[in-house]
Write a protein that binds this ligand. Structure first.
Ligand SMILES: Cc1ncc(C[n+]2csc(CCOP(=O)(O)OP(=O)(O)O)c2C)c(N)n1
Ligand SMILES: [Mg+2]
Length: 347
């Protein structure tokens, strides 16, 4: 498949420190090994369905590293989709929690064993629950961005999703609500373009050359980058975030990425060798620049592979949710309306 790569505009090409490159590499490998463990768990019967982000690590990891993490409108809100595992690890998530969600244990902190793999939710980091119906997040993002604009401060909203989903109305709603003249919102609109929507290829579905071209119609600054290059991603995300944070206006960033294990377990989840592998490309650069040796890089991969294999065995022994727990967290833990009425003296 043709790789569409564009040279980033308006983004500095200042070198990133070797320490940062090693940190990004470490997280990218951890994220990949985690996805590979999740795929194996699902194939071995320790889960019902897999979906995740192998092939997006060169974009998802820098994104997570650049977030202002915390709870409430003064921090960044994240409306992620199901390919953001690298972002979660870069934020500091424990990879074992992803294994717990795959195994649907009661200890899964994201959904108590109820949701699919890669459906994160962390209130203390403003990570709102990932939605299985695609694009819902683009309709919600202007809401948190509006709250942030009203609250003042430097918090921004970040929303991510795929290329095919941009055909849905929620995506248009996001562009419209983010860009109203005089009411612009501090939202970083991200599309990770792997050039597929399940089995439907990008070509034939889009009249525009790039999805980011749509930004111009709304007066939204937009950019398409090679999301397979972590250095390009880091610089482009940092510069887009700086703009959104200080100008309190939207920015649309499209990142061209790969989809290295197909759509999900429903399409087989087997390695796709025809697409660019951002980790293999980064390894060649790190070796060439004498930042890491091949031996060190293999050691790291082996370490994470062994650690996550052991963790997956432990997770198998963790408790499953109790049947009556199905009634928890559905709407509210108690009848708030009835309780308020009783306080007012009503029956
Ligand atoms: C509203 C809705 N329609 C259809 C689906 C089925 N579905 C799940 S993923 C997907 C393709 C999404 O493609 P894209 O937006 O490019 O994201 P990618 O999976 O490629 O990252 C579809 C159609 C869904 N989950 N929700
Ligand atoms: Mg896609």
């Amino acid at each position: 498949m043709a790789q569409v790569v564009s040279v980033p505009r308006r983004v500095s090409d200042e070198a990133l420190s070797p320490e940062l490159l090693v940190q990004m590499y470490d997280l990218m490998v951890k994220a990949r090994v985690l996805e590979e463990r999740l795929i194996r768990m699902q194939k071995q019967g320790d889960g019902y369905f897999w979906i995740g982000g192998p092939g997006e690590e060169a974009f998802s990891v820098p994104l997570g590293l650049l977030v202002h993490k915390g709870q409430g409108p003064e921090f960044d809100y994240l409306h992620l989709h199901y390919r953001g595992g690298g972002t979660m690890l870069a934020l500091g998530a424990d990879p074992v929690d992803a294994l717990r969600q795959m195994k649907n244990t009661a200890t899964d902190p994201y959904s108590g064993g109820r949701n699919f793999a890669s459906h994160y939710s962390v209130r203390k980091w403003n990570v709102v629950p990932v939605s299985s119906p695609i694009e819902v997040q683009y309709a919600m993002a202007p809401g948190t961005a509006m709250a942030q604009k009203r609250a003042g401060g430097k918090g921004i909203t970040i929303v991510t999703g795929g290329d095919a989903g941009t055909a849905e109305g929620e995506f248009a709603s996001c562009l419209i609500w983010s860009s109203r003249k005089g009411h612009e919102l501090p939202v970083l609109i991200v599309v990770t373009n792997n050039q597929y929507g399940i089995s439907t290829p990008y070509d034939g579905q889009h009249g525009e050359k790039r999805v980011s071209d749509r930004g111009a119609a709304f007066g939204i600054r937009s950019l398409t980058i090679d999301g397979n290059d972590p250095e390009t991603s880091y610089r482009a995300i940092r510069s887009a975030m700086d703009y959104v944070r200080t100008e309190r206006k939207p920015f649309f960033l499209e990142a061209m990425v790969s989809r290295l294990y197909g759509h999900s377990s429903s399409s087989g989840a087997n390695f796709v060798s025809e697409e660019a592998d951002c980790i293999a490309q980064f390894e060649a650069k790190l070796e060439d620049r004498k930042i890491l040796t091949r031996a060190r890089m293999s050691e790291l991969r082996t370490k994470y592979t062994e650690e996550l294999l052991e963790a997956s065995k432990r997770v198998r022994e963790e408790p499953q949710p109790e049947p009556e727990d199905v009634w928890k967290h559905v709407f509210a833990e108690e009848n708030m309306v009835g309780k308020a009425a009783r306080k007012d003296g009503a029956s």
